[in-house]
Ligand binder design. Structure first.
Ligand code: ZN
Ligand code: ZN
Ligand code: ZN
Ligand code: ZN
Length: 397
């Protein structure tokens, strides 16, 4: 079979003539020029061959165009398809490798393939996937848009908060400045009042000094004697006044004091005014597949509630009878698939294999209530008194 490149007429090429191919015959597996095509259409051997225009043929993807009708190994036409090996087979292939395989006659299966629902489904699936991609891309784009808005809002929020803090601090500063001023004024007037009082006493002392000097110089002895007593009592009063100043704490040094509030120090020790993080939220986008159109796959899946659970009886397990009535109060499934039952009235654990057949049993005390798997060789058993661990349960008889 001539393996024409496709661009030139295979028939002419065989006669060393170069002619551009006008059509492609998949049966002959070669291109055919306009003049050879007339013979091809008329000749008894080839008149039923369906040809494709070269333009159309070139549009077929390479991998598909390379699927040949002839077996390259035996140069015979493929007649069967082996579904086990998923291979096209010529008669020689069958004898060699597929004698025992299930073979399908190609003519029969290909009749339906082109118009078959499979291609419709595939095309529909691709459309659906494309729609999903568009939806996902759009969803991501919207996400980006949302993030942009969030960023802008945060910027504004931070600025607004900052302005509020500034205003608040301005007000606090004004308040404390005022407080300081008020405190100073209070101290000033207190000290002034005091100085005034002390000065008044100073005047009294001046007066006394003057009077004593005059009395000393000009008064009679009798006057001096009695006057001296009067002056003495006045001086004593002034001394008492001086002592009272010390006693009443009037001479204490007054100081203004200011201490920064602890919360102000907290602000200064702050290293950041907020925390940034990215928080993923469950997606609301739905991804649909054509094959399971009814089952719209929401991401994430809505968890099933207990009402959605429907039980189906798979198997009945026969548990061997013992002295007492069998009362199964608990069971557990081991990693290997073995099932362990707690039989309360017979004080035992009963072990069945993954197919439900009895393997062995092991005695336990005090009416077991429930049993749960810890690992393949250990179960925990509760009874009415306590919880017990049982190891190597499968090996005990
Ligand atoms: Zn030709
Ligand atoms: Zn042909
Ligand atoms: Zn073959
Ligand atoms: Zn096979």
């Amino acid at each position: 079979m001539a393996s024409a490149s496709g661009s030139f007429c295979g028939v002419c090429e065989a006669q060393d003539v170069v002619n551009e191919a006008a059509v492609w015959c998949p049966e002959c597996n070669e291109g055919i020029c306009t003049s050879c095509e007339k013979h091809h259409r008329a000749s008894r051997g080839t008149k039923h061959h369906e040809v494709t225009s070269m333009n159309d043929y070139k549009q077929i993807p390479h991998t598909i165009a390379n699927i040949n009708q002839y077996c390259p190994e035996h140069d015979k036409k493929y007649q069967h398809y082996c579904s086990q090996h998923e291979k096209l087979c010529c008669p020689s292939c069958i004898t060699k490798n597929h004698k025992k395989c299930d073979l399908l006659v190609i003519d029969e299966i290909i009749k339906t393939s082109k118009g078959s629902a499979l291609f419709d489904i595939m095309e529909q699936s691709l459309k659906e996937i494309k729609k999903n991609i568009e939806r996902i891309v759009e969803d991501r784009r919207q996400n980006l848009e949302a993030i942009k808005h969030q960023r802008q809002r945060f910027h504004a929020d931070i600025k607004e908060t900052r302005e509020k803090i500034n205003k608040h601090l301005d007000k606090l500063e004004q308040d404390i400045q005022q407080d300081i001023q008020v405190a100073e004024q209070k101290v000033i007037s207190q000290i002034n009042r005091f100085v005034q009082k002390v000065s008044d006493h100073g005047k009294t002392i001046d007066e006394l000094q003057k009077n004593i000097a005059a009395t000393k110089r000009f008064a009679t002895d009798l006057q001096t004697f009695f006057g001296g007593k009067m002056f003495e009592s006045k001086i004593q009063k002034e001394e008492e006044f001086m002592m009272s100043l010390i006693k009443d704490g009037c001479l204490q040094q007054l100081n203004l004091h200011w201490r920064v509030d602890a919360k102000m120090s907290d602000i200064l020790s702050m290293t950041k005014i907020g925390e940034m993080s990215v928080i993923p939220k469950p997606s609301t986008i739905s991804v649909t597949t054509d094959r399971e159109k009814q089952a719209q796959q929401m991401i994430p899946k809505i968890p099933k509630t207990i009402n959605d659970i429907h039980l189906t009886l798979l198997q009945k397990i026969e548990i061997p009878k013992r002295e007492h009535r069998i009362v199964i109060t608990g069971c557990t499934i081991m990693p290997s698939g073995k099932i362990v039952f707690a039989d309360q009235l017979n004080d035992r654990l009963v072990i069945h294999n993954e197919n439900g057949l009895f393997v062995c049993e092991t005695p336990v005390s005090n009416c077991p209530v429930d049993v749960t798997c810890i690992d393949e060789n250990t179960v925990a058993v509760t009874n009415n008194a306590d919880a017990l661990l049982h190891r190597n349960i499968q090996h005990r008889q």
